[in-house]
Design a protein around this ligand. Structure first.
Ligand SMILES: Nc1ncnc2c1ncn2[C@@H]1O[C@H](COP(=O)(O)OP(=O)(O)OP(=O)(O)O)[C@@H](O)[C@H]1O
Length: 265
């Protein structure tokens, strides 16, 4: 089943075209990762898919648009973890993650025991329980990044046909937490049936976790396919302007930067 169909999506920001005629499909339960050089339009694509910025073209979610849904209904289906979320000043980690339950709490109601249990469980899974009563702004970059993800996971818990949009979810994480977070997202994708769309700069890791990769350059899709189809030396060299080698391993392609060598006579 197809979860998301993006057709002819274009975005202009500050008077300039940032995305031009993007067509994409995301299958339900799939992990699709958008890669591409700085400024290619990856974050813009995620925001436009979530209906957070004005765009032309259409984004269809499970056969319907997001436009007809209330903000609350939308938040029960789609959680976005931006690169730099806005954080209420002075909020604790626990209360921040609890904000993820807002779409599930009736208007003028209070959080239930179930909401609190979900927040505790998510904090535990993301290794955040020890920080629960700390102010979010006192956490390290990596700890904060886990709290941002925790809020999104708390938001989607218990809702069907959910989509997690992650903008560089591991950019501030050490290699251990990077693996832990990506494994957790993958486990939830399989167990809870999430669909995941992420952006990522770490190309080998992107290929390790994603079912398919989309290579975006200058606001347009230049390649879509399996990691082996997209992580190729010619495509990456051309669009990143980098000297790289791609090594085929049992777990998929590994992209290695290499220093340019002057040609020997
Ligand atoms: N509000 C804005 N006004 C004008 N231009 C913008 C605005 N927001 C983003 N842009 C431009 O749109 C382009 C795409 O930005 P975007 O953040 O989507 O790229 P990205 O691929 O996610 O980049 P990165 O890998 O550096 O995070 C960039 O050139 C950026 O400068």
């Amino acid at each position: 089943m197809t979860a998301i169909i993006v057709s002819d999506l274009s975005v202009r920001l500050g008077g300039n075209p940032v995305l031009s005629g993007v067509d994409l499909t995301v299958e339900a339960g799939e992990w699709l990762t958008v890669i591409g050089p700085n400024g290619a339009g990856k974050s813009t694509l995620l925001h436009a898919m979530a209906g957070l910025i004005p765009a032309t073209g259409t984004v269809s979610w499970n056969g319907g648009g997001l436009d007809g849904l209330s903000r609350r209904q939308r938040s029960q289906r789609v959680a976005v973890v931006p690169q730099h979320p806005v954080v209420p000043p002075g909020i604790t980690v626990f209360d921040y993650v609890l904000l993820g339950r807002t779409p599930h709490i009736p208007p003028l109601g209070r959080e239930s025991h179930r909401d609190l249990a979900i927040v505790t469980r998510v904090c535990e899974r993301l290794d955040l329980l020890g920080f629960a009563s700390r102010h979010l702004d006192t956490l390290s970059g990596g700890e904060r990044q886990r709290a941002f993800l925790a809020r999104a996971l708390a938001q989607l818990e218990g809702a069907p046909d959910t989509v997690l949009l992650l903008d560089e979810p591991t950019s501030a994480l050490d290699i251990g937490h990077q693996q832990e977070v990506l494994e957790l997202v993958d486990t939830l994708r399989v167990d809870a049936g999430f669909t995941v769309v992420s952006t990522m700069h770490e190309l080998s890791i992107a290929g390790e976790y994603a079912d398919r990769l989309v290579l975006l350059a200058a606001g347009g899709v230049v390649a879509v396919g399996s990691p082996a189809q997209v992580l190729t030396q010619p495509l990456l060299s051309e669009h990143y302007g980098a000297h790289i080698e791609v090594i085929d391993t049992a777990s998929g392609p590994v992209v290695v930067p290499v220093r340019p060598r002057p040609a020997s006579d």
